[in-house]
Design a protein around this ligand. Sequence first.
Ligand SMILES: Cc1cc2nc3c(=O)[nH]c(=O)nc-3n(C[C@H](O)[C@H](O)[C@H](O)COP(=O)(O)OP(=O)(O)OC[C@H]3O[C@@H](n4cnc5c(N)ncnc54)[C@H](O)[C@@H]3O)c2cc1C
Ligand code: SF4
Length: 358
Amino acid sequence: MRLPKFDYHKPGNIQEACSILKGHNGNARVIAGGTDLLVAMKHRVKAPAHIISLKGIKGLDTINPSSSLSNKDSIPLSPPLSKGNSGEFSSGNDTLTIGSLVTLQSVADADIIKKRFPILSAAADSVASQQIRNMGTIGGNICLDTRCWYYNQSKEWRDARPPCFKTKGSVCYVIKGGNKCNALYASDTAPALIALNARVKICNSENTSKEIPIENFFTGVGEPVNILKQDEIMTQITIPNNSSGGAETRGAFNKLCFREGLEYPVINVAVLLELNKEKICKNAKIVIGAVTSSPVRAKNAEEKLKGKKIDEALIAEAGKTASKDISVIPYLWASPGYKRKMIEVCVGRGIRKALEKD
Ligand SMILES: Cc1cc2nc3c(=O)[nH]c(=O)nc-3n(C[C@H](O)[C@H](O)[C@H](O)COP(=O)(O)OP(=O)(O)OC[C@H]3O[C@@H](n4cnc5c(N)ncnc54)[C@H](O)[C@@H]3O)c2cc1C
Ligand code: SF4
């Protein structure tokens, strides 16, 4: 399959890249590893006239721990993920900054991530295959396009029916009578990063930037999938220390797929628990991916765990609550009923895995 024709740009800094994006009025796209974009272009799902590579921009491919996080000797092995007291997970001052061009394999292999944020390491390591992880970047994984059985097809297939919301039409073939695109967002790292309270930095053509919680990065609809404006690029991800003394923070990442490798998730679940010395759950985060157009928090299930010592009965209750609360998009390869059941199972597995040390 051949790529459509395009002009290739390799700017030397972010502002230049953002200005090229702005100058081409929606007809330009950023490329990082290209493992998602080039496939979409070969299928004519996307056909931008301009491709802007981020690879000429210095500093986007590094992992930078701040002060005490970089002192490897003082980093506790996982689990526990970190030590902290009650309250919010993100009250520590130290942070880890990951450039958007860092490859998924580097994220999976980095010692500091394995030790301090093992759920991110596990999530990155679960993506596709070694070859794709060597090329694919964490920024590209977060900015991943949504997928749909009607849309990710050949141009001939798509042309045989009126355009849907994803391609500026006014129907959805997945949810008949629906008023928005319901395509699936299936990134593996995004749920883990939400659980870890990560923030993303976004730069624009005016040479200004903002940092927002990654949880607010997604629109909740299939098109547009994220809040990036036409001239904006994500440059880095910052993860707080998630520690503040007194309690233990433990996590788990769980991915269900039909094959062992080269496979998008049927669902994925990231769990982060904060336990005090008496093993009472002070705080919980449960984030579920690949069931709808953005990762979703199972907030009622989180509430069930808070203030209690977690036992099998509570785990079962949390799984059932998550499964009942989260609306699942019908998808060809897995029915909503199956996915709902698997949410219950995977949330349970995630909580048990996070508690495993006991
Ligand atoms: C066979 C196969 C299996 C796969 N399996 C999985 C899987 O199991 N789990 C999973 O999560 N993904 C999977 N993927 C999707 C993809 O390979 C990964 O998500 C990868 O991380 C994408 O990163 P990239 O750098 O290659 O992105 P690119 O293809 O370069 O870009 C992806 C999108 O993000 C935009 N973009 C990239 N970087 C930025 C940035 N810094 N700022 C703003 N926009 C940006 C691009 O414009 C594009 O729209 C799979 C892909 C294939 C082909
Ligand atoms: S979910 Fe609906 S609108 Fe979105 S790509 Fe699929 S058919 Fe089109």
